[in-house]
Design a protein. Structure first.
Length: 435
C-alpha cells in the first residue's frame, strides 16, 4: 500500500505549513477514505460535487488530486488490518483529507476506528456546524434561528477513558488498590461486587487547547458569544475544571478581545449587578466576544427554546457528542450533519460526515450525501478555497430549497421530489453550474 500511495501522489503537490501558515498548492493531494456501508454511495455523489465546484470557481487553474487510502472493511479485506499504518501516514504526510463513515470491528481491538484515527493524528478539535437550510424538515417551530458551531474536545473524557470489566483481573486489582488507598471514596461505590469501573480523564492541557481553538475561530469569524458547556455542578474536578480552566485561558491569552461571565461575577461582587451589567454591555458594544458557561442539561433545553442565544459552544467529548446530534435533529437530521477534526498547531485535519454507516442502505443508492458534501465544504474553507466552499454550500441549499431531496427528507416533506443519492449529487451540481 505504501508504494501505491507514493506512486499516485505524483499527480499533485503536498500542502505545507510554515510558521503557522498553511500553503496550499493549486493541485493539492487530498487523501480520502471511501468508508463502509453507505460510504461508497455518498462518496461517489460527493466527489462529483467537489470537482464541479472547484472547476466552476477556478476554471481549471485549481484541481484536487484525490488519493484513496484505506480503513475499515475495505482495508481489512485487502490488507488484513482495519486501520493500516500507511493510511495514518498518508493523512499525516498530506495534512488534510476527508473520509466517509467507518464501521467498528466487533470482537475487541479498536474501541472505534474513527476515534483511533483522531487519536493517532491528535485531532483534538471536532468542529460541528449546525445550520438550517430553507425547505428542510424540522420538529421545531423556528429552525431558522439555529446557527451554531460546536467545538468538541476530541481526545479525552470517557472516549479516551480507562475501563475495567466486571470480574476481570484488572478490575479486581484496581478495586483492591482503590479500597486500600482511598477507603472513603471506595465506600461510595454502592454495589462494589457487581460494578464495572470507568475513569473519566479531563486535563488542563486538553481543555486549554480546545478552548483556545474555539475562541480564536470565534474571533476570526466575528461570532458574538461562546458558551462553555459542562456538568461542573456534579463533576467538580473534571467538568467543573473544564469551566474554570476555560475562563482562565480566555482572560490570560485573549485579554480585552473577550469578556467573560467570570469577569461579570467579579464586578458584581465588588460593585453591584448594575455596574456589572453596564461593564458587560460596554464590552459587547466594543466588539468583544462574550464568553459564558452553562450546565449541560440547561444547554439542551435552551438550544431548543431560545437557539438564537447561542453561537459557538465549547464542550468536552461526551457532551459534545450528545449535543451535536441533538442539534442536528432540529435542522433536518444526521443526513445534514457535517464535521471536521483538526489540530490547530500541526494543521492536520480530517473531515467527515457525522453519521454512521447505515449498512441496510449500502449499495442501494438511497443515502443522503449532504453531510459528506458539507464536510467537503468545510474542508475547502479550511484550505482557503472560499469560492469553491460557497458554491458547494449554495448548491446544497438550492437543491433542498427546490424540494429535490433524498428519501430521509422526502418522508417528512409531503410535496417534495424524491431523489436517489446519485441524483441528489447531480442536482447539487446543477445548482452549482447555475450560480
Amino acid at each position: 500500500m505504501a508504494n501505491k500511495i507514493l506512486q499516485r501522489s505524483a499527480a499533485g503537490q503536498k500542502i505545507s505549513l510554515q510558521n503557522g501558515i498553511r500553503n496550499v498548492p493549486d493541485h493539492p493531494i487530498l487523501p480520502f477514505i471511501e468508508g463502509d456501508g453507505i460510504g461508497r454511495d455518498i462518496w461517489q455523489a460527493a466527489v462529483g460535487v467537489f470537482d464541479a465546484a472547484v472547476e466552476k470557481a477556478y476554471g481549471g487553474r485549481r484541481k484536487v488530486a484525490w488519493l484513496e487510502v484505506y480503513a475499515g472493511e475495505k482495508a481489512f479485506s485487502q490488507f488484513g488490518t482495519w486501520l493500516p499504518a500507511e493510511t495514518i501516514s498518508a493523512f499525516r504526510q498530506f495534512s488534510v483529507g476527508i473520509k466517509g463513515p467507518l464501521a467498528t470491528p466487533t470482537g475487541g481491538g479498536f474501541r472505534s476506528l474513527n476515534v483511533a484515527l483522531r487519536e493517532a493524528l491528535d485531532l483534538y478539535v471536532c468542529q460541528r456546524p449546525v445550520r438550517y437550510f430553507a425547505g428542510a424538515p424540522s420538529p421545531v417551530s423556528r429552525p431558522e434561528q439555529v446557527n451554531m458551531v460546536i467545538f468538541r474536545e476530541n481526545t479525552e473524557d470517557l472516549y479516551n477513558g480507562i475501563e475495567f470489566e466486571l470480574g476481570s483481573a484488572g478490575s479486581q486489582q484496581f478495586k483492591a488498590l482503590f479500597k486500600d488507598h482511598f477507603p472513603a471514596e471506595y465506600a461510595k461505590i454502592r454495589f462494589p461486587d457487581t460494578a464495572g469501573i470507568g475513569l473519566k480523564l479531563v486535563s488542563k492541557e486538553g481543555t486549554c487547547r480546545l478552548v483556545r481553538a474555539a475562541i480564536q475561530w470565534a474571533l476570526d469569524n466575528r461570532r458574538k458569544n461562546l458558551t462553555l458547556v459542562h456538568k461542573g455542578n456534579i463533576m467538580k474536578y473534571t467538568e467543573g475544571a473544564f469551566q474554570k480552566w476555560g475562563y482562565e485561558l480566555a482572560e490570560a491569552e485573549f485579554g480585552d478581545r473577550v469578556y467573560t461571565r467570570a469577569q461579570w461575577e467579579r464586578t458584581r461582587a465588588g460593585c453591584g449587578e448594575s455596574a456589572a451589567n453596564a461593564e458587560q454591555e460596554a464590552a459587547l458594544q466594543s466588539g468583544r466576544l462574550l464568553i459564558k458557561d452553562l450546565i449541560a442539561d440547561t444547554v439542551f433545553q435552551q438550544t431548543i427554546t431560545q437557539p438564537q442565544e447561542f453561537d459557538v459552544l465549547a464542550t468536552m467529548n461526551l457532551n459534545g457528542d450528545y449535543l451535536s446530534d441533538a442539534l442536528a435533529a432540529q435542522v433536518g437530521g444526521m443526513g445534514l450533519a457535517p464535521g471536521g477534526n483538526w489540530n490547530a498547531e500541526s494543521g492536520q485535519a480530517v473531515f467527515e460526515a457525522a453519521h454512521g454507516t447505515a449498512p441496510r442502505y449500502a449499495g442501494k443508492d438511497l443515502a443522503n450525501p449532504s453531510a459528506l458534501i458539507l464536510s467537503g465544504e468545510m474542508m475547502f474553507r479550511y484550505l482557503g478555497w472560499f469560492e469553491a466552499a460557497d458554491l458547494i454550500f449554495n448548491g446544497v441549499a438550492g437543491a433542498i430549497a427546490a424540494q429535490t431531496v433524498t428519501c430521509d427528507l422526502h418522508r417528512m416533506l409531503k410535496d417534495s421530489t424524491p431523489l436517489s443519492c446519485s441524483e441528489f449529487g447531480r442536482a447539487v451540481i446543477r445548482q452549482i453550474k447555475l450560480s
